[in-house]
Design a protein around this ligand. Structure first.
Ligand code: GTP
Ligand code: GTP
Ligand code: MG
Ligand code: MG
Lengths: 293, 277
């Protein structure tokens, strides 16, 4: 664990009196290794370490009786700050109903499952969400959302005869307005951030629905690529929050730090299982402990 | 020796960052850099290009070791696709079904993912698209029971190949890994030496966790080969190098998209070129 490694670094320096900035550099090297091993992107690591270094060469660390703990505290504080403080488990509503939540992300990241999870979470909070899938590409994608809806008593709009994402979305908006749903959750097809045609489609869906939330659904097991994809989605469709999935595994989850850092978006929710009730508000301090190991 | 110069720290840093960015992982990158430093003393190098050449050689050496076992005349030839959630197992089966048809063989697709919503429906579409036969059970049925019925159907109908779709499962879930081990035993009871292939599907976007996945799946049901999917994205899949070394099995196929034709045999040199840059 990083705490042990930092202890090791500072143990060898004990009895020399106050720390020097060079001693702090040695600690930073340990932190760098820990973050890289946790799959944080190497550029994000560089930027993050710089923020830590600036604070770590301050008097309260250099003069501390337990410098390893002082440095660790700085690392933890900076990381929690990067995660947006961790109280973001809210979906922005709208006075103009329905408030639209657009689910976006790479193939297989957990969008469809998370759409159903968020709907259930909204229902628990006393809301009346409508769900719709605009994924006309993946075999049985719309069936998947429909089945999740049936299994969990969620309202899913399923205009069988429509085959265009834009038309499906418009149909769902009409349905939501006429029935009075206060939220419309829109599942979209997985797509590569470098697929210009599909990214343009996503931009079009955003323009047509004016969402209050554009959520980027990211797989916690993602490696260095997390930066590229999160950044591109954020640039093209203006993501407002991140849902981190598959946290019930043992991936260290450095992708979380990469995605949050490069987009400036808060991680709002954590997927912690395949069942629709396995969604939690994202807990920043827990994530920090997991990444640091 | 005109134009040749020893390696500079900036060159080494640039190469190290490229390898890290490709998800090769801290230990493998450190090891590759060590090899580079050691070998760069024995040859005059011409800066980064020559360094990349050395690296390419080293990585190719690591990847080309295990040669894939040849397919026998066993009938039906049974292939399991396994891996964690969302990596591309079902889609890869669709692509393999198309390849079987192109090779003049008949295939039966078995929907042994009885858990996830619309999993069987998804596989059925692939069967229709590729002209393969299809077998499923009821939603929530025991996957081993669906597998048994599917294998019996394949034997009685004389299918050449059986492609078995399994549910995505995190390697940390003991009960799900035990279920996979049971499916392997059940297959062996129905068809001698089945499953003849167990392909572990790895998503190119995976980070270091792929290694833990590989270890657990190898322990649970045995893994005979790897499929690396989504290499049409920007992720390089560098973690596959560590997996190949650890498991001693080859990367068999590479997924380059979402359509039935988007599967190619693994080509080590183009893979390594993309890693090293
Ligand atoms: N263990 C675990 N599995 C999850 C979680 N979220 C989603 N999954 C699983 O991940 C797989 C992919 O989920 P989907 O919801 O189909 O992903 P998607 O992003 O909609 O996929 P595409 O539409 O193909 O891009 C499924 O097997 C889900 O059950 C999670 O938090 N934990
Ligand atoms: N771009 C790209 N997408 C792929 C590739 N292979 C699969 N996909 C996509 O990844 C998503 C998940 O694929 P699935 O085949 O459902 O994955 P799975 O492993 O069966 O998922 P679960 O059964 O839920 O665990 C789908 O949107 C596929 O179209 C690939 O090689 N490239
Ligand atoms: Mg989906
Ligand atoms: Mg599947």
């Amino acid at each position: 664990a990083l705490s042990d490694r930092l202890q090791g670094v500072f143990r060898s320096l004990r009895g020399r009196g106050a720390l020097t900035p060079e001693d702090v550099d040695q600690a930073l090297r340990e932190i760098r290794l820990a973050l890289l091993e946790a799959d944080v992107h190497f550029k994000v690591v560089k930027q993050f370490l710089e923020r830590v270094r600036v604070r770590a060469v301050g008097q309260d660390v250099l003069k501390s009786l337990t410098p390893d703990q002082a440095v660790l505290r700085v690392v933890r504080d900076e990381m929690v700050a990067l995660f947006g403080g961790g109280d973001a488990a809210r979906l922005q509503g709208s006075s103009r109903l329905p408030a639209v939540v657009l689910m976006t992300g790479l193939q297989g990241s957990g969008k469809t499952t998370s759409t159903a999870k968020l709907a259930r979470w909204l229902v628990q909070g006393g809301h009346h969400p409508l769900l719709v899938s605009t994924d006309v590409y993946r075999p049985a994608a719309r069936e998947q959302l429909r089945t999740l809806g049936q299994q969990n008593n969620l309202q899913v709009h399923h205009p069988e005869s429509l085959t265009q994402p834009r038309a499906i979305l418009e149909s769902a908006l009409t349905e939501a307005r006429s029935v009075g749903h206060d939220f419309l959750l829109v599942d979209t097809a997985g797509r590569l951030h470098i697929d210009d045609e599909l990214m343009a489609e996503l931009e079009e869906l955003k323009r047509a629905s004016q969402p209050t939330e554009v959520l980027y659904v990211a797989d916690a097991m993602t490696g260095q690529d997390a930066v590229k994809s999160a950044e591109e989605f954020h640039k093209r469709v203006g993501t407002t929050g991140i849902v981190l999935t598959k946290l019930d595994g043992d991936a260290r989850g450095g992708a979380a730090l990469s995605a949050a850092s490069v987009t400036g978006c808060p991680i709002k929710f954590a997927g912690v299982g395949e069942r629709v009730d396995e969604l939690e508000p994202f807990q920043a301090d827990r994530m920090v402990g997991r990444i640091l190991g | 020796l005109r134009g040749r110069r020893p390696l500079e720290p900036a060159d080494l840093d640039a190469i190290e960052e490229a390898l890290l960015a490709a998800d090769m992982g801290v230990p493998a990158v450190a090891e590759a850099m060590e090899v580079l430093r050691a070998r760069s003393r024995e040859v005059w190098t011409e800066g980064r290009d020559a360094m990349r050449g050395l690296l390419r050689q080293e990585l190719l050496r690591q990847l080309e070791q295990p040669a894939p076992a040849a397919r026998t005349a066993a009938r039906p030839w049974v292939v399991f696709l396994v891996g964690v959630n969302g990596v591309g197992k079902t889609t890869t089966i669709g692509k393999l079904a198309r390849a079987e048809r192109a090779a003049g063989r008949t295939a039966l697709l078995v929907a042994a993912d009885t858990f996830r919503a619309a999993a069987a429906e998804q596989l059925q579409v692939w069967a229709e698209r590729t002209g393969a036969a299809f077998h499923r059970g009821a939603e929530g049925a025991d996957p081993s029971a669906v597998l048994t019925d599917g294998l019996r159907a394949a034997r009685s109908r004389g299918h050449d190949t059986v492609l078995v779709d399994t549910a995505g499962r995190l390697h940390t879930k003991g009960n799900l890994m035990a279920e996979l081990a049971k499916m392997s035993r059940v297959a062996a009871r129905e068809v001698p030496d089945a499953p003849h292939e167990t392909l572990l599907v790895l998503d190119a976007t995976l980070g270091g966790n792929a290694l833990a996945q590989a270890r657990e799946f190898a322990k649970a049901g045995g893994v005979t080969g790897l499929v690396l999917t989504k290499l049409d994205g920007t992720a390089k899949g560098g973690v596959a190098v560590a997996v190949v070394r650890e498991l001693g099995v080859p990367i068999r196929h590479v997924g380059l998209g979402e359509a039935a034709e988007d599967l190619v045999p693994f080509d080590a040199s183009s893979f390594v070129d993309a890693l090293v840059g």
